[in-house]
Design a protein around this ligand. Sequence first.
Ligand SMILES: [Fe+2]
Ligand SMILES: [Fe+2]
Length: 206
Amino acid sequence: MTVDDVRTLREAVSRRLPPRRFRHVLGVEQRAVWLARRLCPSEILRLSVAALLHDVTKDVADEDQPELCRRLGVAVTEEEARLPAVLHAASGAFVARRDFGAYCDAEILSAIRHHTIGDVAMPLFTRVLMLADFTEPTRRWERCKETERELLALPADAPPEAQRAHFERVFLSMLRRKAAYVDTLETPAETTARVCAWYAARIAAR
Ligand SMILES: [Fe+2]
Ligand SMILES: [Fe+2]
């Protein structure tokens, strides 16, 4: 993967998505690269790819996502089937592989697959994409802005260990906000609550 590959992909995605969605995607890419510089510099280009493709099917309406997943033959969990707003992660991973497979490996596809409600024991790569999606600069929801302010509070020159600990704290606080939010929906996402508890226990055990 080269900088030129990522540029070519960015142009292809810009032609595919409406401007408002593309602005969000660029914000996620920007934040993911910002995080990668602090946490995993060798992953910058692959995180760019994951960010550029994570919402590739998000412009199919939520109510049409179940049909899209059926048509593509994408398996979804029972819980996801009750939450149409998260199904674009499942259809998106499929379409990313089908249409942009040359840019994707298994970890990139898995990060796209889990970027909405998450999964226990997600690798750092997926956690970076999730937090970047929630804190990208064009987000306007207060729960996102709060998380972004928390994230930006640590100086860029803090040592790597402090960067990592800070990231895990902010990631957990994002999960808590997500869990609290999805609990207000008609059908709460049990996965996010479970993932949140899993990471809280992991951090407490340090
Ligand atoms: Fe998404
Ligand atoms: Fe997104």
